[in-house]
Design a protein around this ligand. Structure first.
Ligand code: DX5
Ligand code: ZN
Length: 219
């Protein structure tokens, strides 16, 4: 029996005109973390939000802010996001020339460091860096937009990364992002995931549905 996964609602699917209220609502509904998708229109074909929004939301959130950076270059902005209140900062290896240096910098700034795997990115990227990561995030879609369909091909990657984490003996969170529904959540947890990002599946139905949506994902 797998332990209950951490549920991290992605505010990308929230009502952007009422973000503070939305954050308080998902938190009251049982969210464990708040997932914040940062996109620059360059690394991914969409633009979302920056550190000022993270700072504005911080007083509304008592749960950890899980910031997923989809920006290139990423290094010049790490400090701004941690100062704004990011508790976890996750980066794509493709968004900077020296992943090891980037991860060390995130920790030095006082946040937990995460590495994000695009569907085409190999687990080998972190083979020599298991001591530097606190979180591994497997994308089960191509990053850029919510509401896409889960790529089942990524389940084998989750299993591989689960084995790598177990072999490391370290307590590294294994998170999955993209197309997570009640059905695909089970597949992810069975493959070894310990945290689930969900936008559409949490925010559908409006605030009255959030608690039931989160409970259903948790299983
Ligand atoms: C996409 C983002 C995801 C997205 C997930 O690039 O990283 O976090 O919000 O949305 P759903 O859960 O709707 O697939
Ligand atoms: Zn994300």
């Amino acid at each position: 029996m797998s332990p209950r996964p951490i549920i991290a609602p992605s505010i990308l699917a929230a009502d952007f005109a009422r973000l503070g209220e939305e954050v308080r609502a998902v938190q009251a509904a049982g969210a464990d973390w708040l997932h914040i998708d940062v996109m620059d229109g360059h690394f991914v074909p969409n633009i979302t939000l920056g550190p000022d929004i993270v700072r504005a939301l911080k007083p509304h959130a008592s749960i950890p802010m899980d910031v997923h950076l989809m920006i290139d270059p990423v290094d010049p902005f790490l400090e701004a996001f941690v100062e704004a209140g990011a508790d976890i900062v996750s980066v794509h290896p493709e968004s900077g020339p020296h992943l090891n240096r980037t991860l060390k910098r995130i920790r030095q700034l006082g946040a937990r460091a995460g590495v994000v795997f695009n569907p085409s990115t190999s687990p080998a990227v972190i083979e020599w860096m298991m001591d530097e990561v606190d979180l591994i995030l497997v994308m089960s879609i191509n990053p850029g937009f919510g509401g896409q369909s889960f790529m089942h091909s990524q389940l084998a990657k989750i299993e591989t990364l689960r084995r790598m984490i177990d072999a490391s003996g370290r307590d590294i969170v294994l998170e999955v992002d993209g197309g997570v529904t009640v059905e695909t959540a089970r597949l992810c947890v069975d493959a070894g995931a310990t945290a689930l990002v969900a936008g559409t599946a949490v925010f559908r139905g409006g605030p009255d549905a959030y608690a039931a949506n989160i409970a259903a994902l948790r299983g």
